[in-house]
Design a protein around this ligand. Structure first.
Ligand code: FE2
Length: 261
């Protein structure tokens, strides 16, 4: 995941070397029960306050077996929709690996789930965050395009030593973005969609700041990943974010990779 500090070196530069077998059968009954608790809580209590493409994509997660989705079966539903597929990884992957995966429409899923004692907070993304938060949106054509482009931009920015700029754009849109839909502010980002506590705070808490999304402002605003966000950007959803991100052509990509002023 890209919220980690950038790491310039790693054991391998091939994203394929980070992929592991999911081994769905190895998850315990307790692991599956935790998934079911998280899933039902998030859908039942908050479902209508998430953007429509997310709700449309949720059906992907209803598979033939209960509990944590079997990635092989999930991919048979996701791949035909947008060309995206999921792979299991042990946990956070280096940023250049993450962006390389995105650039090829591959999304990494941390192959573990939080415990019952960690239902409300976990300091690194588990499979509930990665699957529930991200996969429904990956079935949306605009989000699919946006995510691939972010991967390509991220690789270009890292090559120039400024990957954090693309990481910020990703953070303030794909992870913690809000979106205006039918005149209502709704959850758009995966980090919010998969968080019971921050879901409500981001929408309703008067103490947090909400600004209109702008790619330039997102790119130049640092973030911290170890507490709830004090600032959220409101876009018009995946179409607008995709339009702004995909408008960054090769020349502008070089400008993006320059240090923020
Ligand atoms: Fe995420």
């Amino acid at each position: 995941m890209i919220e980690q500090a950038l790491r310039k070196s790693s054991a391998s530069d091939r994203w394929q070397d980070y992929v592991i077998a999911q081994r769905w059968d190895a998850f315990s009954a307790e692991d599956h029960a935790v998934w079911d608790i998280l899933f039902e809580r998030q859908v039942d209590a908050r479902g209508t306050r998430i953007v429509a493409p997310f709700l449309d994509g949720l059906d992907l997660l209803h598979l033939s077996k209960p509990g944590i989705p079997d990635l092989a079966e999930l991919n048979t539903k996701l791949l035909p929709k947008t060309g995206w597929r999921t792979v299991a990884v042990p946990g956070l992957v280096p940023d250049h690996i993450f962006f390389a995966m995105l650039s090829e429409r591959v999304f990494p899923i941390g192959n573990f789930i939080r415990t019952r004692a960690q239902l409300d907070y976990l300091d690194e993304p588990d499979c509930f965050h990665d699957i529930f938060g991200h996969v429904p949106m990956l079935s949306d054509p605009e989000q699919a395009r946006l995510m691939e482009h972010v991967g390509k931009l991220g690789l270009a920015a890292i090559a120039r030593g400024h990957g954090e700029i693309v990481a910020r754009i990703y953070w303030y849109s794909v992870e913690f973005g809000l979106s205006r839909e039918d005149g209502q502010v709704k959850i758009y980002g995966a980090g919010l969609a998969s968080s019971f506590g921050e879901f409500g705070v981001s929408l309703d808490d008067e103490a947090v700041e909400r600004r209109r999304f702008s790619i330039a402002e997102a790119a130049s605003t640092p973030y911290e990943n170890d507490h709830m966000q004090p600032l959220y950007f409101i876009s018009d959803g995946a179409s607008e974010v995709a339009a702004q991100i995909c408008a960054i052509d090769a020349a502008a990509r070089d400008a993006l990779a320059a240090p923020p002023r």
